[in-house]
Design a protein around this ligand. Structure first.
Ligand code: DX5
Ligand code: ZN
Length: 229
C-alpha cells in the first residue's frame, strides 16, 4: 500500500496543530530535522516533535539531516518517532550501523537516506537491515525545489535490488514530489511519497494528498501492466 507523508517543512510552523488538522488523509507525517551543519538550514528538534506527537495520531516519519545522529537517536525515540531516518553521509560506517541498531532496539523503524550525489552502492552494507530507504530527489535543506529526474534510476535500482532479495525495505522518495512528478517515482517502484510544497502550499491540502495518492496508484498500476506485456 502506497503512503503519502506530507512534510511539515512546508507548513506554517507557527500553526502546526492547525496545519496537521488539515490533512486527515495523510498516512505518515514527515518531519525534517536539520542542524545547520549537515545541511545549510535549521528546523526543529525533540521538544517540538514531542508536542507534535501529543497533537496527532499520525506515525511520525523523522528525517534526520544532522551530523553524527548516533548522539541523539535516543532523544527522538523518547518523543514518539515511529520511523527515524539517518543519512549515510553523516557519520562513519560503524556509527551508521550503531544508529540503525539503536533505532530498531528502541522499537522504531530504521531508515537510511542518501543525497543525490551519493550512489546507491553506498547503502549496500545496510540494505538487509533497514526498514526504509529514502531517496532524495533534491539537495537536502529546503522545501520547494525542483524534482531531480536523474534520481529516478536510483529508485528503480533500489526496487530491483529488493526484488532480488537484497532487503525488505520500503522505498521512500523525498523532494519535489508533485502531481506531475509523482508518476515517475511511482512507476520506478517508490512506496512512500514525501511532499511538502505540493501539500501545504495548496488551498486544499487534503485534496492535494488524495490527488497525489491517486496519481501514484495509477502510475504504479500502469508500470505493472507494461511489465506484464
Ligand atoms: C528537503 C526535505 C524534504 C522537503 C520536501 O531537505 O528533506 O522533506 O520538505 O519538500 P518539497 O516536497 O517541497 O520538495
Ligand atoms: Zn525530508
Amino acid at each position: 500500500m502506497m503512503k503519502i507523508s506530507p512534510s511539515i517543512l512546508a507548513a506554517d510552523f507557527a500553526n502546526l496543530e492547525r496545519e496537521i488538522r488539515r490533512i486527515p488523509d495523510a498516512d505518515w507525517l514527515h518531519i525534517d530535522v536539520m542542524d545547520g551543519i549537515f545541511v545549510p538550514n535549521m528546523t526543529i528538534g525533540p521538544p517540538v516533535i514531542r508536542s507534535i506527537h501529543n497533537a496527532t495520531r499520525l506515525p511520525l516519519d523523522v528525517h534526520l539531516m544532522i551530523d553524527r545522529p548516533i548522539r541523539t537517536i535516543k532523544d527522538y525515540l523518547a518523543v514518539g518517532a515511529s520511523m527515524i531516518t539517518v543519512h549515510v553521509e553523516s557519520d562513519t560506517p560503524e556509527n551508521i550501523t550503531a544508529a540503525i541498531k539503536a533505532i530498531q532496539a528502541g522499537g522504531a523503524k530504521a531508515g537510511l537516506s542518501l543525497k543525490p550525489g551519493t550512489p546507491l552502492e553506498a547503502l549496500k552494507p545496510w540494505l538487509r537491515h533497514i526498514d526504509l530507504l529514502l531517496v532524495m530527489t533534491v539537495e537536502p535543506g529546503f522545501s520547494g525545489q525542483k524534482f531531480m529526474h536523474d534520481q529516478v534510476a536510483k529508485l528503480r535500482k533500489a526496487a530491483t535490488l529488493r526484488q532480488r532479495g537484497y532487503g525488505h525495505y520500503k522505498i521512500s522518495v523525498d523532494g519535489g514530489i508533485s502531481s506531475s512528478t509523482i508518476a515517475a517515482a511511482a512507476a520506478a517502484g517508490a512506496d512512500v511519497f514525501v511532499a511538502g510544497n505540493a501539500v501545504f502550499s495548496s488551498e486544499d491540502p487534503n485534496g492535494a494528498i488524495r490527488l497525489l495518492a491517486r496519481r501514484a496508484e495509477e502510475a504504479a498500476q500502469r508500470a505493472k501492466e507494461d511489465e506484464g506485456r
